[in-house]
Write a protein that binds this ligand. Sequence first.
Ligand code: HEM
Length: 308
Amino acid sequence: MPLQNKPHEAHPSLFQHAYLTSQPFLNKSATQSHLLTSGYKTEGKEKHFHVRRMDSHVAEMHTTGLRSPVFFHILYGVCLCLGVLCVLFVSLWCVLWHGGFAWDGSDQQFNWHPVLMVSGLVVLYGLAAVIYRVPFTWKQKKFTWKLVHAGLLLSALVLAVLGLCAVFDFHRAAGIPDLYSVHSWVGICTVVMFAFQWALGFAGFLLPCFPRRLRTYLKPVHIWLGIAILILSLTSCISGINEKLFFSLNGVSGEAYKSLPAEATFANFLGILLVAFGLVVFGILSKAQWKRPETDESVYPLLSENGT
Ligand code: HEM
């Protein structure tokens, strides 16, 4: 990239001001020492701003200047535990009450659907969304974590598509019509939006041919859409759990849902775990102090000469 295109070189004081004011987690001494190490000096009437690329020592200062890192790590730990519990509970539900897993058009094939949807579209997706907030990652190059973010989300998308294949295939084998319920409508919209978001994110943030100016507009849309998809995924899961419970606990071939048998209690609790996981993810995302500090490296796409 030509030197004159770097935003902080064109307007050093503006960049420096914007940078420092956008870092609420830096304490005063960290801010001062950052000013010194950035090499901002005055010679006669001219001011020179000595450029440094994303330096690990800057990230280190951010980490040490971070407010309430202990609280972040506790919340991140809770997030991981809730994610594991969600996958465990949905799998146990399918094993203990619905006969486990198979891929032969039977009820056991259907069981892959909730497990893959919860694992992919909620847990993996949620963990990918908060990956940039982990202070440990700030000391490394952002493009590495862009790759991890994109890779986790691609895995989530693959799991979601497999989960849809499981239920469509099961419907075909059992002669059940497709896409009749509100759950299926919301669910299919969620997966389509997710696929669109992934493709746009890949093109916009990882391909060098994407116009830089458009990338600036894309970022807030990407964040908004990312949050919207997680809300829709949670909505799809809750409605799916409810629908499945109404099918299996219909009071004719088994106990009635309203008598709250063990299966209903267990699956309701799975719903609560999913909501709790979502709330913790939103909590982490909503805290400005926990954002990865923006550096000039952040604006390079992954596959450009500067990003590699
Ligand atoms: C993000 C998560 C989810 C998405 C995107 C989703 C999407 C879908 C879609 C598109 C269908 C329609 C398949 C067809 O018409 O052949 C479907 C069916 C179904 N899903 Fe889900 N699902 C999700 C999670 C769950 C969960 C956690 C359960 C819990 C058991 C569940 C239960 C069901 C049931 C019972 C059906 C068959 C009845 C129907 O078509 O509504 N889903 N799902």
